[in-house]
Design a protein around this ligand. Structure first.
Ligand code: MLT
Length: 203
């Protein structure tokens, strides 16, 4: 997968796995990594699917309606890519925290739904439930931040709430942060995520 890897100033820090939203690319979320932890290694990946020229991490049939077969295929593809990247760049495969926005948050959620504790934690900005009607693996010990907007028309609040309930039901520690806005990722939401990250992984 097309990606950027930036070695960290402190190699013991979790690798921040950056996953962009629809129409974004591997450059988009680099500024978030600097806010969350400027010393952390960064692996920023571009989704392999194109929708009218816009990169995504998996296909959808309509807005909010996912192509499940492609979702499962692409989730495995990203999972396998993480294995390869850990070998290639020499980082600890068990020390990855995902930071995803919108479609990127959805593939991060899908990694957890299908592969369990392949991430150490996740910051999910405006996520949805990637897939319904499946049993989730054990997620005890996983820390998850969900940031969402009460007026988000693309990712309705119930989607983020349901996702949090499903992850929590499987044992994950889920922390919610709500903004009174829509689908956009605001600076204050990123700041709250960074505070949560520092409290969860450093203190
Ligand atoms: C998705 O397709 O993953 C969600 O609807 C959000 C988005 O537009 O990326």
């Amino acid at each position: 997968m097309k990606h950027i890897f930036k070695p960290g100033k402190d190699e013991s820090k979790p690798v921040l796995l950056l996953l962009h939203g629809t129409g974004g690319n591997e450059q988009d979320l680099i500024p978030l990594a600097d806010i969350i932890d400027p010393e952390a290694p960064v692996l920023s990946v571009r989704g392999n699917v194109l929708e009218h020229g816009m990169p995504r991490f998996f296909r959808r049939l309509a807005e909010g309606v996912f192509d499940e077969e492609d979702l499962v295929f692409r989730t495995r593809e990203l999972h396998d890519f993480l294995d390869e990247a850990a070998q290639k760049y020499g980082f600890d495969r068990g020390n990855i925290v995902a930071v995803g926005y919108s479609n990127g948050a959805n593939i991060a959620g899908s990694l957890l739904f299908h592969f369990g504790k392949v991430l150490k934690g996740a910051i999910l900005h405006h996520p949805m439930v990637p897939r319904r009607g499946i049993d989730l693996p054990d997620l005890h010990g996983l820390n998850i931040f969900i940031g969402a907007g009460t007026n988000d028309p693309i990712c309705p609040p119930t989607e983020s709430e349901d996702l949090g309930a499903l992850l929590g039901g499987a044992g994950a520690e889920v922390h919610f942060h709500w903004e009174q806005y829509g689908h956009q990722l605001t600076y204050s939401e990123v700041e709250r995520a960074a505070e949560w990250y520092k409290a969860t992984f450093h203190d």
